[in-house]
Design a binder for this molecule. Structure first.
Ligand code: COA
Length: 386
C-alpha cells in the first residue's frame, strides 16, 4: 500500500444557501480544492462523492454522474461514484479516495461531500434524516434523530455525572469556535442560559443542543505521498483510516450511551498510525447533538466514561485547552449538511495542520476526525499529520 496525502481543500459557506443549487455548491467546493492543489480538472483520475439523500431533498438521483457532468468532466469519462452512509457519507467518500490512491489504482482523486437540505420543510428533512435509523423499529414508532439522541442523553445522565449545564457548555464552546470560522452557519456566541432557555425539542435536548439543517459542500484532493510535492509545499499525510459498524437500531445495542463503533474505529485508527491519544493535537468529532460530543470524546478514549461533561465545563476541550475538540465550530455551529460534514472535518484538520486557521488556530501537527452515520451504525475515523 502507498502512503497518501491531501494536497488541496475547499469548502463552501455552510447555511441556508437559497440562492445556490446543489450543483453550484458542489462545483464551488471542487473548484476551491483544485485551485488549492494548483491543478485543473483534467488531472483528476476519479471522484468519490458523499451524499445522503439527494433523492428526497432535491428529487435527484445518479449523483456520481451528475457531479462529474457539472464539474465539466463528463467527456473525460472518469469514474465518479456516490458514497452513502447517512451522516457519515462524507467521511466514507474520503476513505474510498484514500483506498483508491493507497492501492495504486488511481493517482489524483477528489473526495467530496454535498447536501442541499433546505429546499424542503423541516418535516420532510427530519423524516428524511430518520431514514438513517431503523425505519421499521424506530422511524415508524415516531422516533426522530433528536428523539433517539434524547434517549441516549437520558440514559447517559441517569448513569454518569453529567449536568444539564455541562451539556450546554458543549454548544457554548462550539458557537464560540464557530464565531471564528467564516464558513460557519452560526457565527454568534451564546451562553449556557441561551441553551437552557431555548425551545425543548426532545427532552432533555433543546434547540441549541441540536445541529441545524444546512446546505453546503466540501472537497479535497488526494494523491500518493511520493508525488505530493508536485502539488503543494504543505501536504498533509493520511496516517490512518478506519471504519466500523454496529446495529442500526438503538434497542439492539449492548449499551446505548457508548457507541461501540466509535470505540472500534478509534482503536483501529490509533493502532494503524502507531500513535497514542497524547500525540493527537485536535479532534473534529460528530456533535450532531451535544450529547454526541460528550460520548465521542469518551468513546474515542480521550477521557474515561463520565468525565467529558466536567472536562468540557473546565475548558479542556476549548481552543486553548489540552485537547481542542471541534475548533471549526463542529456540526452545532458550522452546520451539518449531512453528506458534506465528513469532508469538511478533513478540510478543517488540514487547515489547522497547515497553520491557516486564523482566529481559531490551535498548535497542531496531528489531528483526528470522527464522522458518525445514524446513531453510530457507521463510524469513520481518520488521523492526519504534517
Ligand atoms: N441551533 C440554533 N438555532 C437554530 C437551530 C439550531 N440547531 N435550528 C434552527 N435554529 C434557529 C434558526 O436560525 C431560526 O432562527 P431565526 O428565527 O432567528 O431565524 C429559528 O431557530 C427557527 O428555525 P427553523 O429552521 O424554523 O427551525 P426548525 O424548528 O425548523 O428546526 C430543529 C429546528 C432542531 C428541529 C432542526 O434544526 C433539526 O431537526 N435539527 C437536527 C438535525 C439532525 O437530526 N441532523 C442529523 C443528525 S445525525
Amino acid at each position: 500500500m502507498r502512503d497518501v496525502a491531501v494536497v488541496g481543500v475547499g469548502c463552501t459557506e455552510f447555511g441556508e444557501r437559497w440562492s445556490a443549487s446543489f450543483r453550484d455548491l458542489f462545483v464551488t467546493a471542487g473548484t476551491l480544492a483544485l485551485e488549492d492543489a494548483g491543478i485543473s480538472g483534467e488531472r483528476i483520475d476519479a471522484l468519490y462523492v458523499g451524499n445522503m439523500s439527494a433523492g428526497r431533498f432535491i428529487e435527484q438521483e445518479h449523483i456520481g454522474a451528475l457531479i462529474a457532468d457539472f464539474a465539466g468532466l463528463a467527456t473525460n469519462h472518469i469514474p465518479s461514484t456516490r458514497v452513502e452512509a447517512a451522516c457519515a457519507s462524507g467521511g466514507l467518500a474520503f476513505r474510498q479516495a484514500v483506498i483508491a490512491v493507497a492501492s495504486g489504482m488511481e493517482d489524483v482523486v477528489v473526495a467530496a461531500g454535498v447536501e442541499k437540505m433546505t429546499d424542503v420543510g423541516t418535516g420532510v428533512s427530519v423524516d428524511t434524516l430518520a431514514g438513517a435509523a431503523d425505519r421499521e423499529w424506530e422511524g415508524f414508532a415516531g422516533a426522530t434523530f433528536p428523539g433517539l439522541y434524547a434517549m441516549i442523553a437520558t440514559d447517559y445522565m441517569h448513569r454518569y455525572p453529567l449536568t444539564r449545564e455541562q451539556l450546554a457548555e458543549v454548544a457554548v464552546k462550539n458557537h464560540e469556535n464557530g464565531s471564528k470560522n467564516p464558513i460557519a452557519q452560526f457565527q454568534n456566541r451564546i451562553t449556557v442560559d441561551t441553551v437552557l432557555s431555548s425551545s425543548l425539542v426532545a427532552d432533555p435536548l433543546r434547540l441549541f443542543d441540536c445541529s441545524p439543517i444546512t446546505d453546503g459542500a466540501a472537497a479535497v484532493v488526494v494523491v500518493p505521498l511520493e508525488r505530493a510535492r508536485e502539488f503543494t509545499d504543505s501536504p498533509v499525510r493520511v496516517l490512518a483510516s478506519a471504519q466500523a459498524s454496529d446495529t442500526i437500531a438503538l434497542h439492539d445495542r449492548r449499551d446505548i450511551s457508548t457507541l461501540d463503533a466509535t470505540v472500534a474505529a478509534g482503536k483501529r485508527a490509533l493502532e494503524r498510525s502507531r500513535l497514542t491519544h497524547r500525540d493527537i493535537d485536535l479532534v473534529e468529532v460528530h456533535d450532531c447533538f451535544t450529547i454526541a460530543e460528550i460520548c465521542a470524546i469518551e468513546d474515542l478514549g480521550f477521557c474515561a466514561k463520565g468525565e467529558a461533561g466536567r472536562l468540557t465545563a473546565e475548558g479542556v476541550t476549548a481552543l486553548g485547552g489540552d485537547i481542542p475538540v471541534n475548533p471549526s465550530g463542529g456540526l452545532k455551529a458550522c452546520g451539518h449538511p449531512v453528506g458534506a460534514t465528513g469532508v469538511k472535518q478533513i478540510c478543517e484538520v488540514v487547515t489547522q495542520i497547515r497553520g491557516e486557521a486564523a482566529g481559531r488556530q490551535v498548535d497542531a501537527e496531528i489531528g483526528m476526525t470522527h464522522n458518525v452515520g445514524g446513531t453510530g451504525a457507521t463510524v469513520v475515523v481518520h488521523i492526519l499529520g504534517a
